[in-house]
Design a protein around this ligand. Sequence first.
Ligand code: SAH
Length: 217
Amino acid sequence: MLEEYDFAAERAAMVAEQVVGRGITDTAVIRAMSIVPREHFVLPEYAEFAYSDGPLPIPAEQTISQPYVVALMISLLRLQPTDKVLEIGTGSGYAAAVLSRIVREVYTVERHAELAEYARERLADLGYDNVFIRHGDGSLGWPEHAPYDGIIVAAGGPKVPQPLREQLAVGGRLVMPVGRRTSQSLVLVERVGENKFRQKKLQGVRLVPLVGKEGYR
Ligand code: SAH
């Protein structure tokens, strides 16, 4: 079934149209999205839509984010190859796989055990061995490996969780959708000093809710 599709060609077209075509210029992001096989991160019945311009359902009533949203959020972090990144909301593991091709280490937290397991298997099968997955409430971060040069929250919450600000390295950046359960604005936080943060509100997005102690109940 999967062999009927030329996924490499679809991937190249996705990157050209949805990523580069919409103004993403970070070459590391473009390169990573050109190599990570998104068709392996969607449910088998959605494989033919793997490179479509939108989110797709994954188990536990969650979604794999739209490719452009993944590209935009990662490029806002301005990552370097030596960086250590924290992702909240592993979901399918796709964004973690993209991040793993850009930075040295990726730590990612998922609240649904089923998804954490699903992502762990996929990433292992594909040989992405610099991704570390934890099952738990990511609104509290993953303090044991802090500080992080970049933090990406793949689910929308009412505010930027304080534990995540604390786990950001000085000079590091965090990107997260903040707003209501059904629609949010991307917020970019930069830690410019030990106690100094700069915050900017960017465009509107719709991601699934961040459910946890520092998210929605
Ligand atoms: N990055 C993912 C997108 C997944 S959608 C991908 O590439 O597929 C967001 C994910 O955040 C969902 O899987 C959801 O279960 C998870 N999530 C929501 N609240 C969370 C929390 N408090 N801690 C960890 N994960 C959470």
